[in-house]
Design a protein around this ligand. Structure first.
Ligand SMILES: NC(=O)c1ccc[n+]([C@@H]2O[C@H](COP(=O)([O-])OP(=O)(O)OC[C@H]3O[C@@H](n4cnc5c(N)ncnc54)[C@H](OP(=O)(O)O)[C@@H]3O)[C@@H](O)[C@H]2O)c1
Length: 287
C-alpha cells in the first residue's frame, strides 16, 4: 500500500505496533504522540491538531491515542473526556480537512456487559457503565458527526509487548508468588496487538467498510481462563485459584461480558485469543 498514514498514540502499546506493521505494508508512516514521535502534538488542542495533520497530508489516520486508565477515569472523568471525547473530535475534524480516511480504536466498555449467550455485535445498543466507557462512547459519536470516511474499530482486553497489560502483570506475579487468585465472572475476548494491528492497517486502505467494526480476538474466556492458558504456555507452575469480582472491588465497574464479534462483511476476523497468547510470549522472549 503506498500513501501516507498518520498513527496517533504512536508511542503507546498498540500505536508502536501499528507503526511497524503499516511501514512493513508499504505506508509512509508519520507517528504522532505527546512524546517520542515524529509529530509531538496534544490532540486536545484543535488548532495544533488540524495544522499538524493537514501539513502531514495523510491518506489515512489510525487513531490509537487515548486516556486508557479505566480506574482513574472514575475520579477524573472530565480529563478523560478531553482526550477520549474532544481529542477524537479534533482528529476527526482534521481527517476531514485533510481528506483522510480515519480508523479510530474503541472499546468493549461502551457496552454494559449484561448480554449473555452470544457476542456483542456492531448493531447492539451501547450503554457504558463507567466513566472510561462513557468518554470513549462520546468519542465514537463525535467521530461519526465530524466525518464520513471513518471506521470505529472496537476491541477488548488488549495486550502486547512492550506495554503494561494484564498478561504482563500476571507473568510477573505468578513467577514471584507461585499462587494467584483470578476472577471467573468477567468473560471477554483477549486481543493481542499483533493480531489487531494488521487488521487496523487493512481497514485503513481506501474503499473499505465504514462505520463500526468489531475487531477483537477470536473466542472467549475469563480472566481466570486467560491466566491458566498464559501460565501453561509460558511453563509457569503457579496455582491459579478462582475468585469473583466481589473480592476485587476497584474504582471502575467492569462489564461482566466483553465478548465482541463482527456481523459485517468486509471486517477482518482476528485469530483465536490462544494464538494471541503464543504470539505475545514469543515477542516477549525475543526482547
Ligand atoms: N488497553 C486495553 O485493554 C484496551 C482495550 C480496548 C480498547 N483499547 C483502546 O486501544 C487504544 C490503544 O490503547 P493502548 O493500550 O495502546 O494505550 P497507550 O499505551 O496508553 O497509548 C496511548 C498513547 O496515546 C497518547 N496520548 C494520550 N493523550 C494524548 C493526547 N492528548 N495527544 C496525543 N497523544 C496522547 C499516550 O501518551 P501518554 O502515555 O504520555 O499519556 C500514549 O502514548 C485506545 O484507543 C484504547 O482506548 C485498549
Amino acid at each position: 500500500m503506498s500513501g501516507t498514514l498518520v498513527v496517533t498514540g504512536s508511542a503507546g502499546m498498540l500505536g508502536r505496533r501499528v507503526v511497524g506493521d503499516a511501514t512493513a505494508a508499504g505506508w509512509n508512516v508519520i507517528g504522532l504522540d505527546l512524546r517520542d514521535a515524529d509529530l509531538i502534538v496534544d490532540l486536545t488542542d484543535e488548532a495544533a491538531t488540524t495544522e499538524a495533520v493537514v501539513d502531514a497530508g495523510p491518506d489515512a489516520i489510525i487513531h490509537c491515542a487515548a486516556w486508557v486508565d479505566v480506574d482513574a477515569a472514575e475520579s477524573q472523568e472530565e480529563a478523560a473526556l478531553r482526550v477520549n471525547g474532544l481529542a477524537s473530535r479534533n482528529i476527526a475534524k482534521a481527517a476531514k480537512a485533510a481528506g483522510a480516511r480515519l480508523v479510530a480504536v474503541s472499546t468493549d466498555y461502551v457496552f454494559d456487559g449484561t448480554l449473555t449467550g452470544r457476542p456483542y455485535v456492531e448493531s447492539d445498543p451501547t450503554a457504558p457503565i463507567g466513566a472510561y466507557g462513557r468518554t470513549k462512547r462520546v468519542g465514537e459519536e463525535a467521530i461519526a458527526e465530524e466525518t464520513d470516511d471513518y471506521v470505529i474499530a472496537r476491541t477488548a482486553w488488549l495486550f502486547g509487548w512492550p506495554g503494561k497489560s494484564f498478561p504482563d502483570t500476571m507473568l510477573r506475579v505468578g513467577a514471584e508468588r507461585g499462587e494467584v487468585a483470578v476472577v471467573t465472572d468477567q468473560v471477554g475476548s483477549p486481543t493481542w496487538t499483533g493480531h489487531l494491528s494488521p487488521a487496523l492497517v487493512e481497514l485503513a486502505a481506501p474503499g473499505g467498510v465504514t462505520g463500526v467494526a468489531h475487531t477483537a480476538g477470536g473466542g472467549q474466556t475469563s480472566w481466570h481462563g486467560l491466566t491458566v492458558e498464559l501460565y501453561e504456555q509460558a511453563g509457569i507452575e503457579a496455582t491459579v485459584n478462582e475468585t469473583d469480582s466481589s473480592a476485587f472491588v476497584r474504582p471502575a465497574p467492569r462489564p461482566a461480558w466483553s465478548v465482541l464479534a463482527t456481523e459485517r462483511e468486509g471486517v477482518p476476523v482476528l485469530p483465536d485469543w490462544r494464538e494471541g497468547v503464543s504470539g505475545y510470549l514469543a515477542e516477549r522472549s525475543q526482547s
